[in-house]
Design a protein. Structure first.
Ligand SMILES: [Zn+2]
Length: 267
């Protein structure tokens, strides 16, 4: 039986610099599958190369919702902390369309109204719809990032008939999370769940056959100031075992069958 991380960023320079150690620690703690999520064409290329190098890593190709409108945002003078040149959103969508058959999921994609101001919402949604259509056409699961736009993202996904969906690090209202899960989508619980009232509530009350594990590493670590990494999915599995009054093995067996149902292969 294996553990998995459905949402990692192993190509982040901070993790890439210690790639073999990070992967060795994950393996040591029982992690058998890490889905590394791409943010733009350059990052997708790096994810693809990493997946070729490591048997542990599976690629997800995406276009980060901020990258989907970043050139227009910057041209309009919006402040956004980012290194390097922004990609051309159309080229970003075309890249995913061209390579979709080589990934296990399309992600991360979604809507972000935290960083993106209202004049750019329509364009952002248009890109999101194109990416969802690509995933549906290729029959690939979708990994969603959304911030301050959970309700709208859910409307779009419902309207487009997307059913194979994982919501990464869901930050919306609990009531909406329940509707999303009842609809048949999945939520992946991050490694810092113990410190979060809403993820604790979700672990306690959500249908267990709809939950997955993620880290969003290098972000959102269980220990403040420490770099997060895929090995930490075990922290969430242990926390779930505590809340469900069971052992880590039963949590593993539950989330493993959830993974297999969504992604179509065993982790
Ligand atoms: Zn992410």
């Amino acid at each position: 039986m294996g553990l998995f991380d459905v949402h990692a960023h192993l190509t982040d320079p901070r993790l890439a610099a210690q790639e073999s150690d990070v992967l060795a620690r994950a393996k040591e703690r029982g992690v058998t599958t890490i889905i590394s999520n791409g943010l733009n064409p350059d990052d997708n290329e790096a994810v693809a190369a990493l997946a070729r190098r490591s048997e542990l890593v599976q690629p997800a190709f995406g276009l980060y919702p901020v990258d989907a409108v970043l050139p227009a945002m910057l041209a309009a003078g919006v402040d956004y902390p980012r290194d390097g040149e922004p990609c051309d959103p159309e080229a970003g969508v075309a890249w995913v369309a061209e390579h979709v058959s080589d990934c296990v999921a399309v992600g991360e994609i979604g809507l972000d109204r935290y960083w993106v101001p209202e004049p750019h919402w329509e364009a952002q949604e248009a890109v999101f719809r194109k990416l969802v259509a690509i995933a549906l056409d290729a029959d690939k699961p979708i990994i969603i990032h959304t911030r301050k736009a959970e309700r709208r993202a859910f409307e779009v996904l419902q309207e487009m008939g997307a059913m194979r969906v994982d919501w990464h690090c869901f930050g919306g209202k609990l009531k909406l999370a329940r509707r999303i899960l009842e609809h048949g989508h999945y939520l992946s619980i991050p490694a810092n769940a113990r410190k979060s009232e809403s993820f604790t509530r979700l672990l306690q009350t959500a249908p267990r056959d709809r939950l997955l594990l993620e880290t969003d590493c290098p972000y959102l670590g269980p220990t403040r100031g420490e770099l997060n990494e895929p090995a930490n999915v075990r922290v969430t599995a242990e926390y779930a075992a505590e809340l469900w009054d069971t052992d880590v093995r039963s949590v593993q067996s539950q989330v493993e069958s959830n993974f297999e149902r969504l992604f179509g292969f065993a982790p």
